[in-house]
Design a protein. Structure first.
Length: 148
């Protein structure tokens, strides 16, 4: 699987979030705008972190928020939210977070392939910082190597 779709409507640059829940909600709302998820998906993403801890903080400054495939997911999709002020998820090594990726995948068997495709972007150790300072949706798409 290649990277899930990342349209400009699923990108928010320089957002403000009061806490990690607000940041995850912004990522979910971007998935909703792009047609990948229903509004209820935000609560599913938050519930996963509440139940399993800050495992979504996958690298310094980077979170990959997601939930299991279910009725809240309409289509495969990716969102990117960059924060003007970082938030803390409670991760012992990778906090604070400035970049939140939102992931919605329809089929459970595609989930790991999607995560692997996303991980390939971050093989470049500068990718998170480049995203954090990106000034536009087009710049985010370029860094992610995403289809426009």
């Amino acid at each position: 699987m290649s990277l899930p779709p990342l349209p400009a409507s699923a990108i928010v640059v320089g957002a403000e979030a009061a806490d990690w829940r607000s940041a995850v909600t912004l990522a979910a709302e971007a998935l909703v705008r792009s047609g990948a998820a229903k509004p209820e998906y935000a609560q599913q993403m938050i519930r996963m972190i509440e139940e399993h801890g800050p495992y979504v903080v996958i690298a310094p400054g980077l979170a990959l928020a997601h939930a299991r495939p279910g009725p809240e997911v309409i289509a495969d999709g990716l969102s990117v939210v960059t924060l003007a002020t970082p938030v803390y998820f409670g991760h012992p090594h990778n906090d604070p977070v400035r970049v939140i990726l939102g992931l919605a995948i329809v089929a459970a068997d595609e989930h790991l392939a999607a995560v692997a495709a996303i991980a390939n972007v971050f093989n470049d150790s500068h990718a998170t910082e480049e995203l954090a300072v990106a000034g536009s949706a087009a710049e985010v798409q370029l860094i992610m190597g995403a289809e426009r």
